[in-house]
Write a protein that binds this ligand. Structure first.
Ligand SMILES: *[C@@H]1O[C@H](CO)[C@@H](O)[C@H](O)[C@H]1NC(C)=O
Ligand SMILES: *[C@@H]1O[C@H](CO)[C@@H](O)[C@H](O)[C@H]1NC(C)=O
Ligand SMILES: *[C@@H]1O[C@H](CO)[C@@H](O)[C@H](O)[C@H]1NC(C)=O
Ligand SMILES: *[C@@H]1O[C@H](CO)[C@@H](O)[C@H](O)[C@H]1NC(C)=O
Ligand SMILES: *[C@@H]1O[C@H](CO)[C@@H](O)[C@H](O)[C@H]1NC(C)=O
Ligand SMILES: *[C@@H]1O[C@H](CO)[C@@H](O)[C@H](O)[C@H]1NC(C)=O
Ligand SMILES: *[C@@H]1O[C@H](CO)[C@@H](O)[C@H](O)[C@H]1NC(C)=O
Ligand SMILES: *[C@@H]1O[C@H](CO)[C@@H](O)[C@H](O)[C@H]1NC(C)=O
Ligand SMILES: *[C@@H]1O[C@H](CO)[C@@H](O)[C@H](O)[C@H]1NC(C)=O
Length: 601
């Protein structure tokens, strides 16, 4: 029987497809395929990892040792899942391996089951052998990032004792603390987002260590299990035991106003939580904003011993998610890394998403010149409220140096609220000035003046020009003189120059707020001038401000009204701190400041 060309092509491609499927099943046991239901296909990262891994491991590796003992994926690729586990776990139960996140779908009204095998024994001898084999292969520590999932596996290179300790622990089968954590990546969505005011219900974690309850769920005996509801899409639970840990993740029935399923990632670890949230830790500070942008900054980063400041400056440790407060898409997911990755409007992450609306960099601006990470937003809506959520994703330089053991390393911090200014558009955020390098806030502006780069240049060069005069006077002081001839022993000319510069920048570059901001500490400015769009303040408002003094009529300095013409705005007067610093320096110093000030201003 002859085949037409079309038929033979069909036969050919069919054969190839079947071969491919066979090859796939051979390489990846169905357990992985089940788990791989989320977009960021974990089977890819598993592939990447197994191919790379054996070459990358260090000899004396606690993390590896701890992991291997409980980690069946360390079997050669062609021997999926440890014999013990396959033998013990019922078919519909997914085994969890140490420090490995497993993604899974769950339909409303049902429960997904997992088991974390702790009472593992038969494997340890074989594991030790394999470990020693690997030690010979390579002598370096490494870190493996699995692209796409945001998950990361970190490996340390600690001492030999660590390995032996872990082995002993495993052999003795003593109690350990098991850290169970999970994140909701996806939840049912409202069919009509406009009408739906409630958020979808949270998942629930059930944990049992009782052999009589290997299926913890919403209907099982409450005395034989712990029930922990997720909070904002995340859950953390620890239990100390020497038995196998049974885990159920239950999705509640949802009302008919929602459609869709839940998806989550769950991980068990004997080291620490893989997914962690720190709700109360305010890591992020809102510095200032204008009508389209905002500047947020982290606290001072502490530099662990053994790490250079330069290394910190080159490795921004945080990622950021931001979202309009009015939009409900991230409600119920604010503690979930993968949930934010999927639903947040704006993200600045190292892998996955980095939107052009947010730029991040390291800076040493501010008192003490400590390294900090800053986030600069643009393209926001005016007069809108946002939240920013800081997170740490996988191994960061800071964490790697401070904790000596393996961990998933995803931490989500509490939200910081920020808002944008009104659309009069006469305040604009400037940062990264050349001379006034400490300035990072909103200043009086008019869009017709130019862009913010030009605006920053305008203020910066004005301050620099005044400083040049002062610099000339300072050059006449005997700065390099021996101590007996100096004005002050406490301060030298550099302190003096630095303090003057900070003060000068603060007074020549006023901090701008919306005119509609009613805070009592703000000084109204330029009230008789028009706004950038030509509107002027109405008579009633002006009446209330009477008597109209020079300070009210005009901006802080005449050159601002002359060149920028911002129109009515309010000014946050310079805080006293720089002034006090200046005055004390002046007293200790030479009295030079007062003369320069009256000359310059
Ligand atoms: C380990 O890696 C570092 C760079 O990552 C390299 O400088 C060093 O030589 C390596 N050590 C060994 C023993 O391979
Ligand atoms: C472990 O759980 C207990 C309560 O069950 C809690 O008090 C403790 O802080 C938890 N440990 C960690 C490291 O979270
Ligand atoms: C959830 O829905 C199913 C089927 O619609 C029903 O059998 C079950 O009782 C419901 N569970 C709860 C807790 O309401
Ligand atoms: C950083 O440390 C300095 C002291 O060295 C302190 O004055 C400043 O407030 C700190 N900044 C932040 C954002 O914590
Ligand atoms: C700005 O507002 C529009 C309309 O309300 C909205 O669709 C959009 O998501 C908002 N953008 C941001 C970044 O908040
Ligand atoms: C601002 O304007 C100047 C001159 O028109 C231009 O060279 C520069 O690229 C602009 N900068 C930005 C950030 O748009
Ligand atoms: C101040 O003057 C000194 C020389 O007296 C010069 O080296 C320095 O660059 C000047 N600084 C500024 C900011 O002009
Ligand atoms: C400030 O006060 C005025 C009148 O007292 C009021 O109309 C305006 O809405 C207030 N602005 C804000 C932002 O509260
Ligand atoms: C401020 O402006 C008003 C209105 O133009 C004017 O009457 C008043 O004299 C001005 N005040 C000063 C101190 O210039």
């Amino acid at each position: 029987m002859g085949l037409t060309p079309l038929q033979s092509r069909l036969v050919g491609s069919l054969a190839a497809t079947i071969l491919l499927i066979l090859l796939y099943l051979f390489l990846f046991p169905p357990n992985f395929a089940d788990a791989a239901e989320i977009e960021a296909d974990p089977s890819l990262s598993i592939l990447g990892r197994t191919l790379d891994e054996p070459l990358d491991y260090s000899p004396n590796d606690v993390a590896l040792a701890a992991r291997s003992l409980l980690d069946p994926t360390y079997e050669p690729e062609f021997m999926p899942f440890g014999r013990t586990i396959i033998g013990r776990a019922p078919a519909e139960v997914t085994p969890l391996t140490n420090n490995e996140a497993v993604p899974m779908n769950v339909e409303a009204g049902s429960t997904q089951r997992f088991v974390f095998i702790l009472s593992d024994d038969s494997e340890s001898v074989g594991e030790e052998k394999r470990l020693e084999l690997r030690s010979e292969q390579n002598g370096n520590s490494s870190e493996i990032l699995s692209p796409g999932t945001g998950a990361a596996v970190r490996e340390m290179a600690p001492d030999k004792e660590g390995v032996q300790l872990t082995r002993k622990l495993a052999r003795r089968q003593s109690s350990r603390t098991v850290y169970i954590s999970a994140n909701t990546c996806q939840q049912p969505q409202p069919i009509d987002p406009v009408k739906t005011t409630v958020d979808p219900p949270q998942l629930t974690l059930y944990v049992s260590i009782s052999p009589d309850n290997d299926d913890p769920n919403s209907l099982a005996n409450p005395d034989m299990q712990a029930e922990i509801p997720f909070k904002e899409g995340a859950v953390m639970y620890n239990i100390t035991t020497d038995r196998d840990v049974y885990i159920g993740i239950h999705a509640p029935n949802v009302s008919s106003v929602f459609k869709g399923i839940y998806n989550f990632e769950v991980a068990a670890s004997i080291d620490t939580y893989y997914f962690r949230y720190e709700d109360d830790a305010q890591q992020l500070i809102w510095v200032d904003s204008d009508s389209q942008g905002a500047l947020l900054i982290t606290h001072n980063l502490t530099i662990p011993p053994g790490v250079t400041e330069e290394a910190i400056m080159n490795n921004p440790p945080y990622v950021l998610f931001a979202h309009n407060k009015k939009d409900a898409a991230i409600n119920g997911l604010k503690h979930s890394y993968c949930g934010l990755m999927k639903y947040a409007q704006m993200a600045a992450t190292n892998n996955g998403r980095h939107d052009t609306m947010v730029r991040t960099s390291m800076t040493k601006r501010g008192q003490g010149s400590h390294p900090k990470q800053q986030f600069f937003f643009s393209g926001l809506n005016s007069s809108s409220e946002y939240i920013g959520i800081l997170a740490k994703d996988g191994p960061s330089l800071l964490k790697r140096q401070t904790t000596g053991q393996s961990s998933g390393g995803i931490t989500v911090f509490g939200a910081t609220a920020f808002s944008t200014k009104s659309d009069h558009g006469n305040c604009a955020l400037i940062v990264d000035l050349e001379f006034c390098d400490q300035v990072a806030y909103s200043v009086p502006f008019n869009p017709s003046f130019g862009n913010t780069t030009q605006l920053a240049k305008f203020y910066d060069s004005y301050a620099a020009a005044i400083y040049a005069n002062f610099n000339k006077s300072l050059a006449q002081i005997a700065c390099e003189a021996p101590p007996t001839q100096r004005y002050s022993l406490a301060r030298n000319c550099n302190d003096c120059a630095e303090a003057y510069k900070d003060w000068l920048c603060t007074v020549t570059i006023p901090r701008c707020e919306d005119f509609s901001n009613n805070a009592s500490y703000l000084q109204p400015r330029a009230v008789i001038h028009p706004f950038p769009n030509g509107e002027t303040l109405d008579q009633i408002t002006l009446q209330k401000l009477r008597p109209l003094t020079k300070a009210l009529n005009n901006s802080r300095s005449t050159h601002i009204d002359e060149f920028i013409r911002p129109g009515p705005h309010k000014e946050l007067l310079p805080s006293l701190t720089p002034c006090i610093g200046h005055i004390t320096t002046a007293r200790h110093g030479s009295g030079l400041f007062l003369s320069s000030e009256s000359r310059g201003m």
